[in-house]
Write a protein that binds this ligand. Structure first.
Ligand SMILES: [Mg+2]
Length: 277
C-alpha cells in the first residue's frame, strides 16, 4: 500500500452562473414582494413595517408569510388584533390573498437593474450558461419572464421552488438548474443573489456564492432613494449589508451584479489551483 493517496480535483473554468431575480437582475431594492406582504398583513388588521416585511426575503412566499408571523413584534400585534396567535390557516389565507395582489403589481417592478444586460452578455461571451432561481411562484415567474425578455434579458433556465422538493435555503433549485443546463461539477457554478437565503442555497449546493449588498433586499431602497440618503446613513446601511453577507458565508460580497467580474476572475484562478468552494 502506498503512503500517498491522490484526490480528484476540478481544474476547469466556470461553466454557469445562477442568478436570483428581484434585487439581483430586476426590481432594484426588491420592492415588489415587500409592499404586498405589508398589504396582506394590513388586510388582517396588523400593520407591519417594511423592515419586518423584508426580513425573511429569499424564501418561498408562503414560507415568507409564516416567518413574518413568527417575528415577536408581529406575533404580539396579531394576538392583540385577533385575540389568539396566528395559525397555519391564517397563513394559508394570507398566501391566497398574496398571490393575486403580487401578480397584479409585478409588472410595475420589472425594470432591469442597470448593467444586467451588459453583464449577461459578458457571461455568455465567456461561454457561461445562465440559470436562475427564485422565491416567486411559477405563476409570478411567467409574468416576470415575459417582462424581462421584453427588456432583453432571457436566462437559459429558470427554476421555481414548486419545481423541486423545497426552496431556499435548500439547494434543490440550484441542482435542478445544473441538470437542465447540463453542467457539472457544482464547483464550476456560481450563485449570485441579494439575500442571505440566496447565499445559503449556493453554499448548500456546493457552489461559489456571491452576495449583492446594495441593489437588493439588504438595503431595500431604489437607486434614487439611495442617492438621496445622507452619506453617513448610506455608509452605515451598506456596511451592515456587507457584514451580514460575509457572516452568512458568502465567498464574495459586492455592491451589485455589475461588480462581479473581478470575483469571477478570482474564482477561475482558484479553480485552476484546484480550490473548491
Ligand atoms: Mg432577490
Amino acid at each position: 500500500m502506498s503512503e500517498f493517496k491522490y484526490s480528484r480535483r476540478y481544474h476547469g473554468r466556470i461553466k454557469a452562473i445562477l442568478l436570483d431575480w428581484a434585487g439581483t437582475t430586476m426590481d432594484y431594492g426588491c420592492y415588489a414582494p415587500a409592499v404586498v406582504f405589508m398589504e396582506v398583513y394590513k388586510r388582517n388588521g396588523v400593520n407591519i413595517t417594511i423592515e419586518q416585511a423584508r426580513e425573511p426575503m429569499g424564501a418561498h412566499k408562503k414560507v415568507h408569510i409564516r416567518k413574518i408571523s413568527q417575528i415577536p413584534a408581529v406575533a404580539a400585534q396579531w394576538r392583540d388584533a385577533h385575540g389568539r396567535p396566528c395559525n397555519e390557516d391564517d397563513i394559508e389565507a394570507m398566501f391566497k390573498d398574496f398571490v393575486p395582489l403580487q401578480l397584479a403589481c409585478l409588472a410595475q417592478y420589472a425594470d432591469l437593474i442597470s448593467g444586467t444586460i451588459e453583464m449577461v452578455d459578458a457571461f455568455r461571451k465567456r461561454g457561461y450558461k445562465i440559470g436562475s432561481t427564485t422565491g416567486y411562484t411559477s405563476e409570478m415567474m411567467a409574468i416576470l419572464e415575459v417582462e424581462a425578455a421584453r427588456r432583453g434579458y432571457k436566462p437559459d433556465s429558470t427554476v421555481c421552488a414548486a419545481d423541486v422538493p423545497a426552496g431556499r435555503p435548500e439547494p434543490w433549485m440550484c441542482l435542478e438548474n445544473a441538470k437542465r443546463l447540463g453542467v457539472y461539477p457544482m464547483e464550476s457554478i456560481v450563485k449570485i443573489g441579494d439575500t442571505l437565503p440566496d447565499i445559503a442555497e449556493g453554499l448548500n449546493a456546493g457552489m461559489w456564492s456571491i452576495g449583492l449588498a446594495k441593489t437588493g433586499n439588504e438595503i431595500g431602497l431604489t437607486e434614487a432613494e439611495i442617492r438621496a440618503l445622507p452619506a453617513e446613513e448610506y455608509r452605515r446601511k451598506l456596511d451592515r449589508a456587507y457584514e451580514r453577507m460575509w457572516q452568512s458565508g458568502a465567498h464574495y460580497v459586492v455592491d451589485g451584479l455589475a461588480d462581479v467580474m473581478p470575483c469571477l476572475d478570482d474564482i477561475e484562478r482558484r479553480l485552476a489551483c484546484g480550490e473548491r468552494p
